[in-house]
Write a protein that binds this ligand. Structure first.
Ligand code: ADP
Ligand code: MG
Length: 323
């Protein structure tokens, strides 16, 4: 099958022109129509076999996750995703693989009304690169550098679930109730971008980051860029009911602060906006937890029962760090 036929078969669902796409897949490049009076926000992420996922990772997980991790970055900026491009490097043509991959990619894209407008297909080691372009109101941008002293720090969802999911993939001998196992595996294989939360908070939140490499290293991106410190209350760190069955919160929770890939949002708001956030949390029944405060100084201190605890040495995942 030719490259053109493969693209037509698996990646042409958004081929026709629509409201914000003048020319889609099929020409040399796409022509998109940005909304008036907004900036564009652009991000890209690559997932490589053997680095970001195991070679036997299921295509339905990859199609979802490659898109989800990019959407998570747009959420962390306060943007609205609109268009995607997809570059696939494939060792061979496997129709079953392409069918599952494209189905899960489009399922997530359609959920957020994102149009796939282009890409590339090449032969090589399995690798997936997605780029997302979205719109963003400059005054709503959730920049790392925008945290202010006295801001409350919130995190969405639960921390550490994806890291345990990864452990389960690596080690078949960990025994857990089937339901819990499925829960943790789902967290590593099919993270959900927090676009819904971002959309609600971006009009008043100051800084945000998504937890891709680990809670501490990711929060540090905010404190470093803002030239401030953060004080985190260990007792407040949210863990899932499934995790709570396995660990003792006080003793073990600090280990969960360094696990990556949760793709939750950490963000800061002015104290005066706390009631706005609380009414959102109540109305949507959403898990958002206040875990600390931005303070004068630098770095992150974690406090347990009023006493500062030692941070783990390895604070999160860094691709290029030598050990
Ligand atoms: P060229 O040879 O000029 O680079 P391609 O054959 O790579 O053109 O691509 C032809 C069209 O198909 C272009 O519109 C391109 O954006 C699109 N396309 C190629 N690969 C993909 C893909 N994996 N997903 C979506 N669109 C793709
Ligand atoms: Mg090409």
């Amino acid at each position: 099958m030719s490259e053109k036929a493969l693209i037509h078969k698996y990646f042409s669902r958004h081929q026709s022109a629509c409201e914000n796409v003048e020319v889609s897949i099929g020409d040399d490049a796409a022509i998109i129509c940005p909304p008036k009076n907004s900036n564009l926000v652009v991000t890209t992420d690559t997932l490589n076999s053997g680095v970001h996922f195991y070679p036997d990772c299921k295509p339905e997980h990859l199609g979802h996750k490659a898109l989800a991790v990019n959407l998570s970055d747009i959420a962390a900026m306060g943007g609205k995703p609109l268009w995607a491009t997809l570059c696939l490097s494939l060792p061979d043509i496997n129709h079953e693989w392409l069918d599952s991959f494209s189905n899960s990619f489009y399922a997530l894209a359609d959920q957020y009304n994102i149009k796939l407008v282009g890409g590339d297909m090449v032969k090589g080691p399995l690798s997936i690169t997605i780029q997302i372009i979205g719109s963003l109101q400059h005054e709503h941008a959730l920049l790392h550098r925008n945290a202010k002293i006295g801001d409350l720090i919130y995190v969405s969802g639960y921390l550490g679930d994806a890291a345990l999911g990864l452990k389960l993939i690596k080690d078949n001998n960990i025994h857990l109730p089937a339901q819990d196992k499925e829960y943790f595996l789902n967290k590593i294989n099919a993270p959900m971008p927090r676009l819904d939360i971002s959309e609600k908070i971006r009009t008043y939140a100051h800084a945000a980051v998504d937890t891709s490499d680990g809670f501490i290293i990711d929060l540090k991106r905010i404190t470093d860029a803002s030239a401030k410190g953060a004080e985190i209350i260990l007792e407040k760190i949210p863990i899932s009911p499934a995790m709570n069955n396995l660990v003792n919160h006080d003793n073990d929770v600090k280990e969960l602060l360094t696990g990556g890939e949760d793709y939750e949002l950490i963000f800061t708001i002015d104290k005066k906006d706390k009631h706005k956030l609380e009414s959102y949390i109540e109305s949507e029944n959403i898990v958002l937890t206040e875990i600390g405060e931005i303070v004068n100084g630098s770095g992150i201190s974690i406090v347990n029962n009023g006493i500062e605890i030692q941070l783990p040495k390895n604070i999160g995942y860094d691709h290029f760090k030598s050990t």
